[in-house]
Structure formats: C-alpha cells, structure tokens
Design a protein around this ligand. Structure first.
Ligand code: NDP
Length: 276
C-alpha cells in the first residue's frame, strides 16, 4: 500500500473490542490488490460515539464496518438501511451513496455461505443458537432463509433474548430457552455460537456441550488464530466444526463490493486472512 495522502479515503471498523480483528489485514490487502486509494483501520469506540464516528467517516467519503456491540446503534444511524438491516435491526457495513449514508448487513448472506459449506442443506434442521446480539440476528435471518425448522435461542440475559424474539415475532420456528437446563439432553443438527465468548483468552464456554444430546455440527462465529475453546471441545467429541473465518471473508467481500461497486479481490483477501 502506498502512503496515505490527502486524497486517501478512510474506512474503519467500529467496535469494542477491535484489537483482535483481522478486518484491517483483509481490507488493506483488498485495497492494494484493487489499486484503490484507501486505508482501513480499526477504531475502538463506545456506543455513545459509534453513530457519530460512522456518520463522520461516511460523510468524509469513506465507510466501514461495525462489530460487537454497535450493530444495533449503526442500524439506527444509517439513512438508507437495506432490507437485511430492517429485518435484523443490525448493520455491519456502511458507506456514502448519492450523499446519503447507506447501511447493509452482509453477515446474513455470509453466514449462509459459511454454514452450508459446513453442513450442506439446512432445510428442516433443528438449530441451537447461542447469543442474541447483532451477529445472532443475522444468523436467525440466514437460518430462516435456509428453511431451518426449529431455532432454539439461548442467551445469557433474558432481556436481549426477548428482544430478538420480538424482532422475529412472526417466525414460529423460534423458541427462547430460558436456561441451559431446559435444553439439557436435546439433540441438534447444528449449534451456532454467536456470543462474543471466546474473543478473550480466558473466556468461559458459552455452553456445556456435553450436557446436550447429539450434535451434528458446530459453527463458531468467533475466529481466533489458535481456535476457540468450544471449537476444540466440539472437535474432540468428533463433531464437525468450523470457526468464523469463512463468514468473515464472505462478509468482507460483500462489504468491498458495496463500497467500490465491483467484485472483491477474494484471493488477496483470503491470503491476507491466512497471513500469507
Ligand atoms: P453483541 O455485542 O451484539 O452480542 C454479544 C452476545 O454475546 C450477546 O448475546 C451477549 O449476551 C453474549 N455474551 C457476551 N458475553 C457473554 C458471556 N460471558 N457469557 C455468555 N454470553 C455472553 O455482539 P455481536 O452479535 O455483534 O457479535 C458476537 C460475536 O460474533 C463476536 O465475537 C463477533 O466477532 C462474532 N461475529 C463474527 C462474524 C464473522 O464474520 N465471523 C460476524 C458477526 C459476528 P448478553 O445479551 O447476555 O449480553
């Protein structure tokens, strides 16, 4: 990447924490490969500052992504929300178009690609979804689009679990598990971890996997170079499992496409993600 100049467009990941994020590697590699004059940085910011940061970046001709825990704030801050933003109440990508701030949720399609690579078709599947934040909302939308039959949502705080249920109130596939005991021994075709548990080295497990019945596959949205504890446990138990790397790549490629209105240089992005 050549040195930034006064003409360089600035893109940023807004969230907290962001220090672990691979998005700057992926997007700066993509900008280089595509020959565009832009730079991508990670900005740790509070919920109070996220909307102002998003607006300032977009109005300055840049854009970016939004991660934990600001996707809901971003959904409310953009001026032209996509259908996926309206459906999920979560926005992970923003940019300026015709003078207005647009927002999309590229996590939905990215989840669908990543989960199908792991499990194959999901029509009729029984799924346990851990978490009820912005990422979980994209997962619910993706699972419904894939025809999942039963989606049991388990979240630490009841209030956020209930807010997710309310956001998808017309979808009868969804049930809220009030506690871990209520799903003990239950079998699932797929378990998805959409909590932020696993980002920090000494995080607890988002669920006691052995307390459940048979599990077909596990997708952890969290991605860490050394793997996450739940991913390790799933693999030790012979469960097909993947982390959030493929989803990260897919949502990043879709974001690039929104910003530059051309296909993303996916090979360069994949190489950057692997650290080549
Ligand atoms: P949010 O902040 O919106 O939601 C966080 C969720 O994690 C909430 O359900 C919260 O529960 C739960 N949680 C946090 N700490 C704990 C804990 N100690 N024990 C149990 N539950 C906990 O974050 P997002 O939904 O935006 O993101 C969640 C994770 O998914 C992040 O790690 C993010 O990086 C990842 N993600 C990855 C993507 C990818 O492309 N691979 C795409 C989207 C997300 P509560 O309501 O009780 O606070």
């Amino acid at each position: 990447m050549s040195r930034p100049t006064a003409a360089t467009r600035v893109f940023a990941l807004l969230g907290d924490p962001v220090a672990h994020s691979r998005s700057p590697h992926i997007h700066n590699a993509a900008f280089s490969a595509a020959g565009v004059d832009a730079v991508y940085v990670a900005l740790r910011c509070s919920s109070d500052d996220a909307a102002a940061a998003l607006r300032a970046l977009a109005r300055a001709g840049g854009g970016g992504n939004v991660t934990v825990p600001h996707k809901g704030v971003a959904a409310a801050a953009v001026e032209v929300p996509s259908g996926e933003v309206l459906r999920t109440g979560a926005c992970n990508t923003f940019w300026l178009e015709d003078g207005r701030i647009c927002g999309d949720n590229t996590d939905v399609a990215a989840f669908r690609v990543a989960v199908k690579a792991l499990t194959g078709p999901l029509a009729g599947a029984r799924v346990l979804l851990l978490g009820a934040g912005g990422g979980a909302r994209a997962v619910v939308a993706g699972l419904l689009d894939e025809g999942a039959d039963r989606i049991v949502v388990r979240n630490r705080s009841r209030v956020r679990g209930e807010a997710l249920m309310a956001a998808f109130a017309t979808s009868r596939e969804l049930t809220l598990a009030v506690d871990a005991e209520s799903i003990a021994g239950e079998a699932f075709d797929l378990v998805v971890n959409a909590t932020s548990v696993g980002i920090r080295p000494h995080d607890p497990l988002p669920i006691d996997l052995p307390s459940l019945g048979n599990i077909g596959a596990l997708l952890d949205l969290v991605y860490m170079p050394e793997g996450t504890p739940i991913l390790r446990i799933a693999r030790e138990r012979g469960i097909r499992a993947a982390d959030g790397t493929e989803m990260l790549l897919e949502q990043a490629a879709a974001a690039f496409q929104r910003w530059w209105r051309r296909p993303a240089p996916v090979n360069a992005m994949r190489q950057a993600l692997r650290g080549d």
